[in-house]
Design a protein around this ligand. Sequence first.
Ligand SMILES: Cc1cc2nc3c(=O)[nH]c(=O)nc-3n(C[C@H](O)[C@H](O)[C@H](O)COP(=O)(O)OP(=O)(O)OC[C@H]3O[C@@H](n4cnc5c(N)ncnc54)[C@H](O)[C@@H]3O)c2cc1C
Length: 376
Amino acid sequence: MIDDVLVVGAGIIGLSVADALAREGMTVRVLEMDRVAGAASGAAAGMLAPLSEALVHEAGDPGTNPLVHLGLESLARFESLCHRLREETGIDPELVRSGLWRPVADGRERRAAQAGFDRIGPRAGAIEWCHGGDLEVALPGLARGIPGAFFSPLECHLRPPLLSRATAAALRTRGVEIEEGVAVLRLRTEGRRVVGVETHSGLRRAGRVVVAAGPWTTALLEPVLGADGLPRIEPVRGQILALQPPLPAVRGIVYGADVYCVPKRDGSWIVGATEERVGFDRRVTAEGVARLLDRARALFPSLASATFERAWAGLRPVEANRWPRVGATDVEDLFVAAGHGRNGVLLAPITAERLRDMLTGKRPPSRDALARDASA
Ligand SMILES: Cc1cc2nc3c(=O)[nH]c(=O)nc-3n(C[C@H](O)[C@H](O)[C@H](O)COP(=O)(O)OP(=O)(O)OC[C@H]3O[C@@H](n4cnc5c(N)ncnc54)[C@H](O)[C@@H]3O)c2cc1C
């Protein structure tokens, strides 16, 4: 039997797309060269933080930034998504409606952040400014000299490996085969149409192919797409670590200018993350860990006595224009969903929805569904 859709890559993007299509009654197969969420999707901190990501890491006007617009739309899907996954699989992705603290270093940073939140407007939720005694209660152990912090109530977090595992389990109960340890060697085309993929065990035919191969996407697409239509997606290493108590009694993400701390439900903290262009090198380095710990201790000096649990690294798939490529390609029946950079977990539900609508004919095929929507 020929599958309706073959998805290349079992990261959170490929799994979410497969889930959306299978729920429409399509026959779907996922091929993964390694294991489910073995790459960036298993390494992520799990913040769902479109406002802070846009304000701290994006240039330009946050009022018109598509990450804010689409990130908030995607964020709104998580409550029901996590509920459904828990019901269907018994696996809880541990969504915590924690809110997010954004400490500022001085008056200039405060004014800049306030201006950003003002540009976003009521969509940002009820942003609060906290300082003095209130700050000491809300963020015990915060370094002296930090004048205050904004609280962003909508932003929150979950456990990405659990989200991926739950999505994979839901797919399997629906009869979707996820084949781990099966690398796609190349795409097979006939004329300007894709007909399947080649693996070590032969040709796998499918009606359509979705490439969701993270930073490996460009290499896979290059032989069949011309230079014009080729998404340029590069790996950007992120090193990240986990700490165990003793830890400050903080609820909510603390999102600094160059480090974030995410207190998880089990009492541990995730501290991340570096940004390094070192190709496909996934090593954890002494310098990376030292840098993260130094930055985190600048926020919370008592972290010096926390228990070090472990450190790991993942490769963010970053597109040349810093915006995901989601949509059709110049080759018929070939689609791409990759390049989500720092926000692939956040943007997974909206990505899956947009691609599903395109593959089911509810939306016309377009090369860049997310960007088009954002500017609409
Ligand atoms: C340290 C770190 C922290 C992060 N924190 C956050 C966060 O807090 N919030 C957030 O939203 N995002 C975060 N991200 C970003 C997020 O993890 C990524 O954007 C997202 O995981 C990308 O998912 P993906 O499915 O596109 O790619 P990947 O997870 O890389 O999955 C692609 C999969 O395709 C497979 N593959 C590749 N080539 C082939 C082939 N030829 N054949 C078969 N399989 C193939 C790979 O093995 C891989 O499993 C973080 C990333 C890192 C590294």
